[in-house]
Design a protein around this ligand. Structure first.
Ligand SMILES: Nc1ncnc2c1ncn2[C@@H]1O[C@H](COP(=O)(O)OP(=O)(O)O)[C@@H](O)[C@H]1O
Ligand SMILES: [Mg+2]
Length: 268
C-alpha cells in the first residue's frame, strides 16, 4: 500500500513538532515500518536531530527538490543510522524558499510532486513544518493526507488555533479536499500543575476524540537527545519521554489501521 503522508503542524514554535516527528517516526521504524522524515523547517532541527546536520543527498536538500524542475525524488533521500528511517534533509538555504517559490508554477503543489513518487517506497512519510503558516507549511498541508497537531499544555495552547483551523479549511476548499486531522497531541505536559490539567481539559473539549490518549510529558531527555543526533527512543529508551512516544506510536498505528477503508471480500 502506498505511504500515508502526515504533516506535523502548528504555526507556534516550541510546541514539540520536531521531537514528535523524530520520535514518532523512529518508534514506527522500530515497529518495522518504513518511514521517511521530511525536514521542511529552515532551522533544520529535524536534520540535526537525526545526526545528519550539514549532510546533503545526491540531489541536494529539500530546497533543491522544491525549486528544481523534473527532479528525481529518490535522489533527495538519505538513510539515517536507524534501520527503516530515512530523511530528506534541510539546511539554511530553505529560508529563501518562501520567496523563491513564489514565481514558480504550481507553487503550492511542489512538495506534493516531490513526495508522490516516494509513496511506494515507504509506509509513512512525516513532514516537519516551520512555525508559520507561509508557503512552506501550505506545501506541507497540500502534500499530506492528514495533519498531526502538537499542542503544548501551557496557558496559550489554544491561542492561534483558529488560524490553523482556518488554514486547514482553506486548503481543503481549494487544493486538498481530502486533508484530514490525524490527531491532536498534547505535549510538554506537567501533571504536577493544575494549569497543565486545566489546559489538557480545554484541549479535549475543543478537539474531542481527535486528541490522542497518549500525552507527552515534559522530560529533560527529549530536550537532550537532539544534541546527540539521536531520537530519544534511541538515546534513552527508558526515559519517560521515549516511553511516551513509543506508546503514541502504538496508539497511532491502531488508529491508522481502524481508519483504513474497508476492503470488501478480502479475508487474508
Ligand atoms: N516534551 C518535552 N519535554 C522537554 N523538552 C521538550 C519537549 N518537547 C520539546 N522539547 C524541547 O523544547 C524545545 C522546543 O522546541 P521544539 O519542540 O523543537 O519546537 P517546534 O514545535 O518548533 O519544533 C526544544 O529544545 C525541544 O528539544
Ligand atoms: Mg521544529
Amino acid at each position: 500500500m502506498p505511504a500515508r503522508v502526515l504533516s506535523v503542524a502548528n504555526q507556534k514554535g516550541g510546541v514539540g513538532k520536531t521531537p514528535t516527528a523524530i520520535n514518532l517516526a523512529a518508534s514506527l521504524a522500530l515497529a518495522d515500518q518504513r518511514v521517511l522524515l521530511v525536514d521542511l523547517d529552515p532551522q533544520a532541527n529535524l536534520t540535526s536531530g537525526v545526526g545528519l546536520k550539514g549532510h546533503t543527498a545526491a540531489g541536494g536538500t529539500i530546497y533543491e527538490a522544491l525549486t528544481g524542475e523534473d527532479v528525481d525524488s529518490h535522489a533527495f533521500v538519505l538513510p539515517t543510522q536507524m534501520a527503516g528511517l530515512s530523511l530528506i534533509p534541510a539546511n539554511r538555504n530553505l529560508t529563501g524558499a518562501e520567496i523563491d517559490l513564489v514565481p514558480l508554477p504550481q507553487r503550492e503543489l511542489r512538495l506534493r510532486s516531490v513526495l508522490d513518487p516516494l509513496r511506494d517506497s515507504f509506509d509513512y512519510i512525516f513532514i516537519d513544518t516551520p512555525p508559520s503558516l507561509g508557503l512552506l507549511t501550505l506545501n506541507a498541508l497540500v502534500a499530506a493526507d492528514a495533519v498531526l497537531i502538537p499542542l503544548n499544555c501551557e496557558y496559550f495552547a489554544l491561542e492561534g488555533l483558529a488560524d490553523l483551523v482556518a488554514t486547514l479549511r482553506r486548503v481543503r476548499g481549494a487544493l486538498n479536499p481530502q486533508l484530514d486531522i490525524a490527531g491532536v497531541l498534547m505535549t510538554m505536559h506537567d501533571e504536577r500543575t493544575n494549569l497543565g490539567q486545566q489546559v489538557a481539559r480545554d484541549i479535549s473539549t475543543f478537539f474531542g476524540d481527535r486528541v490522542y490518549t497518549t500525552v507527552i510529558p515534559r522530560n529533560i531527555r527529549l530536550g537532550e537527545a537532539p544534541s546527540h543526533g539521536l531520537p530519544a527512543v534511541l538515546y534513552d529508551v527508558k526515559s519517560r519521554g521515549a516511553e511516551a512516544y513509543l506508546t503514541l506510536a502504538r496508539e497511532f498505528l491502531a488508529r491508522e489501521r481502524a481508519n483504513l477503508p474497508e476492503m470488501e471480500g478480502q479475508h487474508g
